[in-house]
Design a protein around this ligand. Sequence first.
Ligand code: MLT
Length: 309
Amino acid sequence: MAPRVLISDKLSDAAVQIFRDRGVEVDFRPELGKDKDALLAVIGDYDGLAIRSATKVTEKVIAEATNLKVIGRAGIGVDNVDIPAASKKGIIVMNTPFGNSITTAEHAIAMMFAVARQIPEASTSTHAGKWEKSRFMGVELTHKTLGVIGAGNIGSIVIDRALGLRMKVIAYDPFLSEERATEIGVEKVELDDLLKRSDFITLHVPLTDQTRNILSAENIAKLKPGVRIVNCARGGLVDEAALADALKDGRVAGAAFDVFAEEPATASPLFNLPNVVVTPHLGAATTEAQENVALQVAEQMSDYLLTGA
Ligand code: MLT
C-alpha cells in the first residue's frame, strides 16, 4: 500500500507533484495547520506529515499519530515540533536546512540597509506628500563593524555579503573553528567583545536554552552606543522590553526585527518606536525559497517513506 502524507500548511504545489510522482498518496489540507482539533481527528491516518511553521506538532498530536513515521519541516526551525515526544515514538523529524538560507540572509541584509537609512519611515512620509529630506539622515555600512552572532548556514552567507559591502565582520559562535573563520574571512571573537565593538549586530542562531535572551538587559547594557540590531532568526533571542528602553534613551540607534517572542505578533515593546523596522517573519518568504524547501522536503520524505533512507 502506498504511504500517505498529509500537508497541513501552505506548501508550494511542487511538493504535491513530487509526492505523487514518487508514488506517495498526498492530501493537501493547509487549513489544518490552524485547526488543532481537526488535525487531531485525522493525523492517525498518515505515515508522513509535511509542515511549515503554522502547524504545532504537540505531544497530543503525536499521541494521536498512530501510524506516523516522519515529520518534514519545509524550512529550518523545528521549534514547532515536540521533538522529544516524536523521538520517543520513533518518528523521524527532518528539516531543509539549506533551502531558504540565501533568502533569509538577504532579508537580514535588506533589514540592515532599511534601518541604516530609515527607508520604511522615509517611504511612509514621502507617500504622505511630505518632503522631509533633512529628517532622514542615515549612516553608511562601508567600513562599519558588523557583529554576527551565529556563523552557520545563514550567518556565513550574511558574512559573505557584508564583506562584499566592505564591512569589517566579526563573529561570535562557539562552534566556529579558527580555520573556518579564516576561510570565511571573519574574525572570531567572544560575545562581550562583539557587544562592545559592533556598529551593527545581526543574529543567526536557533532558539535554544543556551541562546534564549542572548541579548538580555545585561548584555544590551554592554553594547557600543549607537549600535543597530537586526534579528531575522528567532523571537526570544533578544529581550524586547530592554531593547525598547535602550532605543528610547538613544543608546541603541535602531533595530530591524522580523521575528518576535510571541508570533503572530500583534503587540511588542518594539512596535511604533522611531527607527524600528518590523516585518512579519518574512525571512524565508520568497518564491525561490518556498519552491526549494517544498521540493526538498517532498524528496526527503518520499525517500524515507519508500526506501527508509
Ligand atoms: C525557518 O525556520 O525556516 C524560517 O524561520 C522560515 C519560517 O519559519 O517560515
